[in-house]
Design a protein. Sequence first.
Length: 215
Amino acid sequence: MNQFSEAFNKLSPEKQGRILEAAVDEFAGHGYDSANINSIAQKAGVSVGSIYNYFESKEDLYLAVVHHAVETLKAALDDIVTREDDLFKRIEMILRAIQTFSRRYVNLTRLYNEMTTESRSDLTWTIVSKMEGVTAELYASYIREAQVNGRVRPDIDPRYFAFFLDNLFVQLQFAYACDYHKNRLKMFVGEDALDNDELMVEQLMKFIRGAFCLQ
């Protein structure tokens, strides 16, 4: 659903992109409380008055940007989650999509990281929960299906394992885009941890299969 105002929707795609990119950069880099509308306007090459013509308030702009980030991420995963594939093929495709998405949309991923902090969770949870609620049930349904097909051990709770799996996905996203998480990964794995995507996927898949499958 389009969350933007009529005035914003009338702008050219190029101008919309400049404003959204500037807002994502500001909110991702400074957080909601410290983000500055003047800085966003300057980066986007528009007046502050124009920003307030398109968005009623800083909060309104932030929520629109969060919605934009969530929809962009959702679009990147939609094709995968709707495929009629084996559980582990789906998981591997999601891992590879995360690697591509996190590098291509660094600031969106950083914004997603910022959104997960407690500081403005009251603003973002309503939007984010709509996507994560669907994702939670999808992952759990995939696991149940794999259990029925004998591909996954029968003694696990699909809801818990869906949560554990999604945490791996989120952590991987942040490791490719956010300095703290990058450095944490390098501390465990080494300075070249992000240089070999195939090895990352291979090791993660071994970890996941080990958790899901009977030995």
